[in-house]
Design a protein around this ligand. Sequence first.
Ligand SMILES: Nc1ncnc2c1ncn2[C@@H]1O[C@H](COP(=O)(O)OP(=O)(O)O)[C@@H](O)[C@H]1O
Ligand SMILES: [Mg+2]
Length: 309
Amino acid sequence: MTSAIEVSGLRKTFAKTVVLDGIDLDVRAGTIFSLLGPNGAGKTTTVNVLTTLMRADSGSVRIDGHDAVTEAKAVRARIGVTGQFAAVDDLLTGRENLQLMVDLHGGRGKRSVDELLKRFDLVEAAPKPAATYSGGMRRKLDLAMTLVGDPRIIFLDEPTTGLDPRSRRTMWDIVRALVADGVTIFLTTQYLEEADQLADRIAVLDQGRLVAQGSPAELKRQVPGTNVRLAFTAAADLDAAARLFPDAGRDDESLTLRVPSDGGTTSLRALLNRLDEHSLSATEFAVDTPDLDDVFLALTGHNTKVDAE
Ligand SMILES: Nc1ncnc2c1ncn2[C@@H]1O[C@H](COP(=O)(O)OP(=O)(O)O)[C@@H](O)[C@H]1O
Ligand SMILES: [Mg+2]
């Protein structure tokens, strides 16, 4: 297995704030690696250092075997970066933005403007100024611009933050298609679901340190799973329901039961049918899926907002 990205002992301090506190990573070629962490964890700083935009205080970064400091040019030739804040020029149309990128590559961009517009479903929008684009369209255009040079390693810094669910799914499909083409993806996100959906490996970043690393399945074994929360009006009903679901956790004060579940419709229907068969009805029914806060609580003992300014 070849490594696309190898990072060891990365440290970065701004003034007196330690932002990266010894990061070690190994991303295999052709996989999706997700750096998961809340606002301020150090994700963008990591991306900046890995993409030669910023120098670390210490540690080493190798991209496709090339040192990010001494061989920065070789590194830049191999990577594409889509920033948290899109590099799209508002005054230009979508087509002009892409054409500009092709020109910056000396007209030698391996992919044509038309091919990219088509691939990202931007043909209709192409003659309109980027200022009129939705958030999802901007991200797509930004990624299309990144692909002009046909990079084999792509860094996506929070590519779906602020997007509506549909645009988010479109972006996920695009990322999957890139990996199917053999591209390596380094993706940062604040969404556990996104890392879970896309990544082969996830590293959890907390205040400049990696607090966990593994496959999505390995990581999820360390955090509480999906629960169905049922609330009852009478203690007797809670007792009866607790007997039906021995794995469930109960809270006598709020008369609620938390039943472990995969959250799928089949098991949810089975659960409701069981309640029905025993003439039990809950006054509340909710499916609680773990989010980044739950992961952080489980892994670090504190939630994501501990450092909020
Ligand atoms: N240029 C800078 N100067 C001083 N502090 C910075 C600078 N860039 C980032 N930071 C600080 O470093 C921490 C991590 O920032 P960042 O890497 O942007 O996190 P993330 O992308 O995970 O939200 C934050 O506390 C931020 O305020
Ligand atoms: Mg950031």
